[in-house]
Design a protein around this ligand. Structure first.
Ligand code: SF4
Ligand code: SF4
Length: 371
């Protein structure tokens, strides 16, 4: 039986859906959305669910994750109901409800708590790192100051914790949306084909590109390298590349100090991509270039700024190590780099970052239902 929650609209406001109650159901937003189709009807349908308090139906929908926040729908809404922002808000709501601890709810809903928690976590990590005594005797001073085994072990514990939260979140999402998928009528694709669709989408961002090429889009005439899809692609592949290069360092247990070592080259290229993407994303939000960028929540800022700082401080450290430079400033930068990177990983399941696992799962069901 469908349960209606009369307080749901008020709840969604706390996640950033400020004006959606103004919607009068005209369907304009769905008509302009390039990504809305027979097997994925949004954003109007999602807004009706919000207005009617159909909380469980939203959690059981793949649609929130099929939207790439291009904002075309918000530009054309006659009621200024902000359908694009509404879609972002229900993604936050879903992240907060799939993860098991309740931390994401607090982080999304309360900026003072988010600031307090972020600082507290940084202080705890900082104190932990400071307990290890510096040693300036050798060129590769970093790993004397902070023994590599310690970073390795701490990384494993953190990965374990956040990995478990991500896994439970994914299982919860699967539980919610697989029922809807089974009910969907029509011919279905094989799991293998759906999987290939997801991989293709991650590699090329075709759906996001389609948004940017929409007839009335602000980005249509702009060069590809400054369009939002490419910015998103750069951040995503930059992060994946940096993650792989860090894993390679962990596996080798003796990270290369030579910048021409393969893992270093991968890290350098990925770092450039990530800094490029994060810089432009921050710039667009500061300048509010389109409606999409007009409303930036604290959680959006922290995510982007953390990625940017992690990239810049990573480069700083790469140069310091490559040129065997050993001054106190490098120690401070290294501390900042380690704390920010660890916060990003620790908060993966509890922040906007979680879309990196939820979106592919939603895309899988989407491609599966496309006969
Ligand atoms: S959000 Fe705006 S465009 Fe979409 S159905 Fe409601 S009023 Fe119409
Ligand atoms: S923000 Fe873009 S992708 Fe998302 S619902 Fe609106 S038009 Fe569609």
């Amino acid at each position: 039986m469908t349960k209606i929650d009369p307080h749901f609209a008020g709840e969604l406001k706390k996640y950033g859906a400020e004006d959606f109650a103004a919607c009068f159901n005209c369907g304009n937003c769905t008509a302009v959305c390039t990504l809305s189709e027979k097997t994925a009807n949004f954003p109007r349908m999602m807004i009706r669910m919000g207005v009617l308090g159909l909380k469980k139906d939203i959690l059981a929908s793949k649609e929130p994750w099929l939207c790439y926040a291009c904002g075309d729908c918000s530009e054309t809404c006659p009621r200024q109901a902000g359908p694009g922002h509404y879609m972002a808000a229900i993604r936050r709501f879903a992240i907060a409800h799939y993860e098991p601890t309740g931390l994401a709810r607090l982080l999304f809903k309360s900026n003072p708590f988010a600031i307090f928690f972020t600082i507290l976590l940084a202080v705890i990590l900082g104190i932990f790192l400071f307990t290890l005594k510096p040693d300036h005797e050798v060129v590769r001073w970093i790993f004397n100051w902070l023994p590599f085994a310690v970073i390795h072990d701490m990384g494993m514990v953190i990965f374990g914790f956040t990995g478990l939260a991500v896994l439970i979140g994914l299982i919860n999402m699967l539980r919610h949306i697989s029922g809807n998928s089974k009910k969907a009528k029509g011919k279905k694709q094989s799991a293998w084909n759906a999987f290939k669709g997801v991989v293709g989408e991650i590699a090329t961002m075709k759906r996001y590109r389609d948004c940017d090429l929409e007839e009335d889009s602000y980005w249509k005439e702009k060069p590809a390298y400054i369009r939002p899809w490419f910015i998103h692609w750069s951040i995503m592949w930059g992060f994946i590349g940096l993650f792989l290069s860090t894993v390679l360092d962990f596996i080798l247990k003796d990270p290369a100090t030579n910048i021409w070592w393969p893992s270093r080259i991968l890290g350098t290229v990925a770092g450039i991509l990530m800094i490029y993407g994060a810089s432009l994303a921050i710039f667009y939000r500061l300048k509010k270039v389109t409606k999409t960028y007009e409303e930036t929540r604290f959680s959006d800022w922290t995510f982007l700024i953390f990625l940017w700082i992690a990239g810049i401080t990573g480069f700083w450290m790469e140069n310091a190590v490559a040129f065997s430079s050993n001054v106190n400033l490098h120690h401070v930068i290294f501390l900042i780099h380690t704390i920010i990177s660890m916060e990003l990983v620790i908060l993966f399941a509890f922040s906007k970052f979680a879309h990196a696992v939820y979106r592919p799962l939603a895309l899988f069901f989407h491609f599966k239902n496309q006969g």
